[in-house]
Design a protein around this ligand. Structure first.
Ligand code: BTN
Length: 288
C-alpha cells in the first residue's frame, strides 16, 4: 500500500486559518528529499531549511560570516521579508515557490562578479526546460519570463574587502506552483504551474538547477568566460535586436536596440545616433 502524505500549509489571518498551497510532503524542500536526487558535488551538499524566515539571503549571509563552505544552500518554504532587486519586495507564498540562497566564494575581482547573476539565470532557464519542458526567456540581466511574464528573479549580493571578494550570495526566487497572484502583480507575474497547466516538483527543479549552476560556475571559474556568456545569449531573446528602454535609476533612461553583452555582462544598446552604450545596471522597463 502506498501512503501519500499531504501537508497543508495554512495561512493564519486574524482568527481564520486559510489553507494555502497544498504541498506533497515529499516535495517539501527538506535535505532528506533533496540529497538522494542531488547530482551536484558541492552546491546543496549542506542545506539549511526553514519553514519560515525573513529572507534566505540574510540567513545565508550569517552562515557565510560564520565560515560556511561554498555551495551552502539556504531554503525556505516561506519568506516574510523576501527581497528583490532595486529595493523591491519578493512575494514568497508558502510552499508554492523555491526561495533559495546559495553561498559562493569565487576567486575573481569584484567587477567580474556581475556575470554570476547571468550564469545563475542560464542555469534556472536550463533547469525549467529540463524539469518542466517550458522555455523561459531571459530578460537582461536576470529575470526569467514565460509568455512575457516573470516567473523567476535573482538577487546577488556581494561582500568584498578592498579588491577581493569575501563571498557572494545568489538568491533565487522561482514561482513554481502559484495558482494566481495579487492584482497588482497579475499582469507581470506568472508561475510554471500557470504556464504549464500542471503542478511541478520543486525538488526536481531545484536539483536540476543546482547541477546546471555548478557546472556553469566551474566552467566560468576555469576562465571559460566567453563560453558561459554565450549560453546566456543563446537563451535570451533580449541579447540582440530588441528595441528596449532601460531605466538606469535617478530619472535616467537609455533607449535603443540591444547589441549583445560586453565581457563583464553589461548590456550593449545601440542608440538612434549609432553610438553603442554599455549598461552596467538597470531595469528594462519596455521592449518590443
Ligand atoms: C528580483 O527579481 O528582483 C530578485 C528576486 C529575488 C528573490 C529571491 S527569493 C530567495 C532570495 N531571498 C530573498 O530575499 N530574495 C531572493
Amino acid at each position: 500500500m502506498k501512503i501519500v502524505l499531504v501537508v497543508v500549509l495554512e495561512e493564519v489571518t486574524g482568527t481564520t486559518r486559510r489553507p494555502t498551497t497544498t504541498v506533497m510532503a515529499q516535495d517539501l524542500l527538506l535535505p532528506e528529499f533533496i540529497h538522494p536526487r542531488l547530482k551536484s558535488h558541492r552546491f546543496g551538499r549542506t542545506i539549511h531549511h526553514f519553514l519560515e524566515i525573513g529572507s534566505t539571503n540574510d540567513a545565508a549571509r550569517q552562515f557565510a560570516e560564520q565560515g560556511a563552505a561554498e555551495g551552502t544552500l539556504v531554503l525556505a518554504e516561506e519568506q516574510t521579508q523576501g527581497r528583490g532587486r532595486l529595493g523591491r519586495s519578493w512575494l514568497s507564498e508558502r510552499g508554492a515557490g523555491i526561495y533559495a540562497s546559495i553561498l559562493l566564494r569565487p576567486v575573481v575581482k569584484p567587477r567580474g562578479a556581475a556575470v554570476l547573476t547571468l550564469v545563475a539565470a542560464v542555469a534556472v532557464s536550463e533547469a525549467i526546460e529540463q524539469a518542466c519542458d517550458l522555455h523561459a526567456d531571459i530578460k537582461w540581466p536576470n529575470d526569467l519570463l514565460l509568455s512575457g511574464r516573470k516567473c523567476c528573479g535573482i538577487l546577488s549580493e556581494m561582500q568584498a574587502e578592498r579588491d577581493d571578494i569575501r563571498y557572494v550570495i545568489v538568491g533565487i526566487g522561482i514561482n513554481v506552483n502559484h495558482s494566481d497572484f495579487p492584482e497588482e502583480l497579475a499582469q507581470r507575474a506568472t508561475s510554471l504551474r500557470i504556464e504549464g497547466k500542471q503542478t511541478y516538483s520543486r525538488v526536481a527543479v531545484l536539483c536540476e538547477f543546482l547541477r546546471r549552476f555548478e557546472l556553469l560556475y566551474d566552467d566560468w571559474q576555469r576562465g571559460n568566460r566567453a563560453a558561459v556568456l554565450q549560453h546566456w545569449v543563446n537563451r535570451s531573446s533580449f541579447a540582440f535586436g530588441k528595441q528596449v528602454t532601460v531605466d538606469l535609476g535617478s530619472g535616467k533612461k537609455v533607449e535603443g536596440q540591444t547589441a549583445g553583452l560586453s565581457e563583464l555582462g553589461n548590456l550593449k544598446v545601440k542608440l538612434a545616433d549609432g553610438r553603442v552604450e554599455e549598461v552596467m545596471s538597470g531595469d528594462i522597463v519596455a521592449w518590443r
